[in-house]
Ligand binder design. Structure first.
Ligand code: TNX
Length: 509
């Protein structure tokens, strides 16, 4: 009788009145499958412990680090579960693949099960969002830490869900990039593409060509002092990203977007004369000298040093907007550079312009245009290349939201929150279907961005939408559902100190 009464009560008072105050589906990206059980809410208490299978200790430490500041609880990582526990289990899982997880929330405890630590980490991000927003606070909050009961089975639609940060137009310090890494990790982004060199700055130490960083990195858009990462700092960034289950893909853009390198070494120029450093925001005026052998000696060194400090499989070679290079030269150049990437044990990623040179099928062209059409990209997909989707009028985080946006550009149009959410990677480019899509990436170019606040204002909320497009099944795509769940992220961002754009399209909490 008691149970029946409970059921009647929960039917009569749906969702909002549930003790957890949250539903199992109040998550971005939306999970594949959620079976709520309102009788099995879990409450985090001072007695709760965390347990971890061998191989899951790092995720357990991360989880403890997330939950301790706001709860004030000890939440020790122990070897045996107690009465109240969050258990991280590594083992075969039938349906969730190598990035998914199963999350079981019962009254006595929470279990996250996955076949890899990546999967556990994704499950931790879901658990985190099922706790009250106050969990994100840096100081102790007094509230009931209830998690809605039930089971989630979840895995991504696409293996690659990326964010790109342009540290060339304006330089961002190691700490600023780490902050962004922490922010994107909560939406199950698993790749950080760093745009390390452009006309305005070269941001990574190359020991065999030291002036690239010391001179080529000495300024930025607007004439500020710029900066660069030493190789040790870069390795530290890569390791930090790995601790958030994010792989770094470094980009050296070429043959265009290379003024900073050309300014640093006169011998790289066809006429042997170094141009001045550049602090404007034009594109398409610079090119490596395709006919000089030293160009390839130089790139062999650069790619070799970068490959040696990059554990991920991919190096990004840019290739976009090479307006100062003839198509024939572009072809010649790429036919020399692509083998250098392979020589140093890496696979190539590039902007979709590289599709025109018939790159190896392992190369990943990244579509950035706005018209959903590029014959060379479609042909590459037909040959077997996977395509990464970053259509500028949907996925570019540096586009202004509207004409009044204080930051950003609008060459690809204004991109409001709904615009950035309403698209499907499998139909975004003619001739590139679901099977040819590697995933999605949200690039953030930094011509107009100087501070971390600026980054946050452009990335949030749009990054969350791109993350959902990359993770959640297309069948669940629904603006009304999304905008409601997005509204719930607002208080979380406020608690985290994220300075987000309060779009009028969302009823913020
Ligand atoms: C185009 S799209 C660029 C970048 C700019 C960006 C600004 C592409 C691959 N290149 O060089 O920073 O627009 O939105």
């Amino acid at each position: 009788f008691g149970a029946a009464l409970l059921i009647v009560t929960s039917l009569a008072q749906p969702a909002a009145a549930a003790p957890a105050g949250k539903q199992l589906t109040d998550v971005v990206p939306l999970p594949v499958q959620a079976k709520p059980d309102p009788r099995s809410d879990f409450t985090l208490t001072p007695a709760t412990v965390i347990t971890a299978d061998r191989g899951a200790a790092q995720v357990a430490d991360y989880l403890g680090g997330l939950l301790r500041p706001s709860t004030g609880y000890r939440l020790p990582v122990v070897s045996k579960a107690r009465a109240s526990a969050i258990e991280l289990e590594l083992g075969p899982t039938a349906t969730v693949g190598d990035q998914g997880y199963q999350l079981d929330i019962k009254r006595q405890g929470v279990t996250i099960r996955a076949s890899t630590s990546d999967g556990l980490f994704a499950g931790v991000q879901t658990l985190r969002q099922l706790l009250p927003a106050a969990i994100e606070s840096a100081t102790v909050q007094h509230t009931r830490w209830v998690v809605p009961g039930g089971q989630i089975v979840d895995y991504p639609r696409f293996g690659y869900r990326g964010a790109m940060l342009d540290v060339a137009r304006h330089f961002f310090t190691v700490d600023q990039v780490k902050l962004y890494i922490d922010q994107i990790a909560q939406y199950k982004i698993n790749t950080l593409h760093l745009h390390l060199a452009d006309d305005q700055g070269w941001r990574i130490e190359i020991k065999s060509w030291p002036r690239l960083a010391t001179y080529g990195g000495s300024t930025e858009v607007g004439g500020g002092t710029g900066g660069y990462y030493t190789q040790d700092q870069y390795k530290d960034l890569v390791a930090y990203a790995a601790s958030r289950h994010i792989t770094v893909i470094p980009e050296i853009d070429m043959p265009g977007h290379t003024n900073a390198a050309l300014a640093s070494y006169p011998e790289l120029n066809c006429d042997g004369v170094a141009p001045p450093l550049y602090t404007g925001i034009d594109v398409g005026f610079s090119s490596f000298c395709v006919d000089k052998e030293i160009t390839y000696t130089f790139l062999d060194d650069v790619i070799g040093e970068l490959a040696a400090i990059t554990p991920g499989k991919y190096l990004h070679i840019g290739g976009d907007e090479a307006h100062a290079t003839t198509p024939a030269d572009y072809q010649t150049f790429m036919s020399r550079v692509l083998p250098l990437v392979a020589k140093h044990g890496k696979l190539a990623q590039g902007w979709h312009d590289i599709a025109a040179v018939n790159p190896p099928v392992t190369a990943v062209p990244q579509f950035w245009d706005t018209d959903g059409q590029d014959d060379a990209t479609a042909a590459a997909a037909a040959r077997g290349n996977k395509i990464l989707m970053s259509p500028a009028n949907k996925a570019y985080l540096d586009m202004q939201y509207n004409a009044d946006s204080p930051l950003g550009l609008h060459w690809a149009g204004y991109v409001e929150v709904q615009d950035s959410y309403n698209w499907d990677p499998a139909t975004a480019v003619q001739g590139v279907g679901e099977q040819s899509v590697a995933g999605v990436e949200a690039p953030l170019w930094s011509e107009t961005l100087i501070t971390s606040d600026n980054i946050e204002y452009m990335a949030f909320p749009r990054l969350a939408g791109i993350a959902e497009i990359g993770w959640s099944p297309q069948s669940t795509h629904d603006w009304e559902s999304y905008r409601t769940r997005l509204a719930d992220q607002g208080p979380r961002w406020t608690a985290e100190g994220i300075d987000f754009y309060r779009s009028p399209q969302v009823d913020w909490k």
